[in-house]
Design a protein around this ligand. Structure first.
Ligand code: CA
Length: 215
C-alpha cells in the first residue's frame, strides 16, 4: 500500500517492517500461537495477522480481556512476550521481502529519506534490519515499539516517524502491507495498491517523478 498525500514536495517515505521489508509475518503468527497455546490460552494462529503492527502488550491484553475479562499483569505480559520471542527465534529466519532493497534505492535516488516505522520490539529482527538494510536504516531513522506508547493503527508511530524525518504529514507517504487483504486497504483509504514490492519498484520512479509530488 502506498499512500501519497499531495501538496508540499515529498521529503520522506515511511516503511513498515514486517510484511514490507521482511517476509516475517508467518513467523510472528506462529510464535504467538505457540506461546499462548503453551499456556493453554485459547487462540487461532491466523488471528494474529489482524494484530500486525500492534504492540505485544495490546495483543496480550486483547486476548486476556476476551478470555479472562481482565487486563494482563506486567509480569504476565513479560512472560508471554519472552516466550513468544523464544519461539520466534527458533523459527527459520524470515528473508528480506523481494524488491524491498530496490525500492529503498529508488527512494534515496529521488532525494527522499526512508524511515522505518514498526510496532515490533523483536530484537533479533531489529538487529537484522540494520544489518540487512545497512546504509538505508539506522537508529536515527527507525521507530520501534520502544519509542511509542501505542502501536499501529494508532497514529503515534507514524507521527514519530515524521518527526524523525522533519517532515509534515503531506511531505511523506507510507508503504504498508495488507495482512487482511486488499479490500481492507481500500476501506482504510489507501491511495494506491500494488500486489507486491516488485510491482511497486516498477512504478515508483514514475510516481515520484510526477510534477504534483515534486513541485
Ligand atoms: Ca506490516
Amino acid at each position: 500500500m502506498v499512500e501519497i498525500k499531495k501538496g508540499h514536495p515529498l521529503k520522506a517515505v515511511l516503511f513498515d517492517m514486517d510484511g514490507v521489508l521482511f517476509d516475517s509475518m508467518k513467523n510472528h503468527t506462529l510464535a504467538w500461537y505457540r506461546a499462548l497455546s503453551s499456556r493453554e490460552i485459547p487462540c487461532e494462529r491466523d488471528e494474529f495477522y489482524q494484530y500486525e503492527g500492534a504492540t505485544a502488550e495490546w495483543t496480550i491484553n486483547l486476548i486476556f480481556e476476551r478470555t479472562y475479562h481482565r487486563q494482563a499483569t506486567k509480569q504476565e505480559i513479560e512472560e508471554l512476550y519472552t516466550l513468544k520471542s523464544k519461539y520466534f527465534n527458533e523459527l527459520p529466519e524470515a528473508g528480506p521481502m523481494p524488491g524491498a532493497k530496490e525500492v529503498l534505492k529508488i527512494v534515496r535516488e529521488h532525494g527522499l529519506l526512508p524511515v522505518v516505522v514498526t510496532g515490533s520490539g523483536q530484537q533479533s529482527l531489529l538487529k537484522r534490519l540494520t544489518e540487512e538494510y545497512a546504509g538505508f536504516v539506522n537508529a536515527s531513522t527507525l521507530v520501534t515499539a520502544f519509542d511509542v506508547e501505542h502501536g499501529k493503527p494508532h497514529p503515534e508511530p507514524y507521527l514519530k516517524g515524521l518527526q524523525k524525518a522533519h517532515a509534515m504529514p503531506d511531505e511523506a507517504f507510507i508503504i504498508e502491507n495488507a495482512p487482511l487483504g486488499v479490500k481492507q486497504l481500500q476501506e482504510a483509504g489507501a491511495d494506491l495498491i500494488y500486489p507486491d514490492m516488485s510491482a511497486l519498484q516498477k512504478y515508483l520512479p514514475q510516481l515520484l517523478a510526477e510534477p504534483h509530488n515534486r513541485a
